[in-house]
Ligand binder design. Structure first.
Ligand SMILES: [Ca+2]
Ligand SMILES: [Ca+2]
Length: 240
């Protein structure tokens, strides 16, 4: 068994040894968890919540509610489900998207007809008009391992109907946002994912964890509180 004092100093040394490389990011965004490595294996998303309306104005009540693994639909002249008409319907997808990298993401849609997209409360796409299949896009900076509220709305007037949601970064080619990165709406807050699996802060104001995924992939995760290191906290710890 490790003596409490020794345990504290081990944490302290760990923090000091790792601090130089990691605290740059922590200082820029003190409350954020800085996570590096391939996070794909840690993603557990099941898709977005979808509400389908039997009108093109998203007017409640929804005719159908379900989880859509991705948004990658080309309904042609058909309908999303037997309970939905082939024309004059609308859909709202809600939930969270988990970033894989700390980068600027370009979200894009191909829609027929109108489309609107928000990520983290910021509207990225607004083409709420009748149109044939059209690509629209917008950008937002995201942090690896963090989840952000996402809302996508579509309406179909007549003729063909399409709804697709993509993302891309400077190092990741455009792809349909994968199911593993899409989560059902959270009860509260926007932080989660790998960040939520990092242990609570210790007395020195930092937490370090090695996250091990099912495939053995190891990811170093560090969380530090604003102003770390805090000498006063350490002194208070020694008096106990
Ligand atoms: Ca139609
Ligand atoms: Ca149409």
């Amino acid at each position: 068994m490790i003596h409490p004092t020794a345990h504290r100093s081990i944490w302290g040394l760990t923090a000091l040894a790792l601090g130089a490389a990691t605290l740059v990011a922590c200082a820029a965004e003190p409350d954020a968890a800085e996570v590096s490595g391939d996070l794909t294996a840690l993603s557990t998303g099941t898709g977005l919540h979808a509400d389908y309306f039997g009108n093109q104005s998203l007017t409640a009540p929804a005719v159908l509610a379900r989880t859509d693994a991705t948004v990658n639909f080309n309904w042609g002249s058909g309908s999303p489900a037997p309970s939905i008409p082939t024309d004059h319907f609308s859909v709202r997808w809600t939930g969270q998207v988990e970033a894989l990298a700390t980068q600027t993401y370009t979200f894009s849609t191909i829609s027929d007809d109108g489309v609107r997209l928000w990520v983290n409360g910021q509207q990225l796409i607004n083409n709420w008009t009748d149109h044939a299949a059209t690509r629209n896009s917008g950008t937002i900076a995201l942090t690896a391992g963090r989840r952000y509220d996402i809302r996508l709305e579509l309406y179909e007037n007549a003729g063909n109907a399409t709804a697709q949601l993509f993302w891309a970064t400077s190092s990741q080619p455009r792809q349909i946002v994968p199911q593993a990165q899409l989560y059902l709406p959270a009860a509260s807050g926007t932080d989660g994912g790998a960040a939520a699996r990092i242990p609570k802060l210790n007395r020195s104001g930092v937490a370090v964890a090695i996250l091990v995924a099912a495939n053995g992939q190891q990811t170093l995760a560090i969380r530090a509180e604003p102003g770390f290191p805090r000498r006063r906290r350490l002194r208070r710890g020694r008096r106990r």
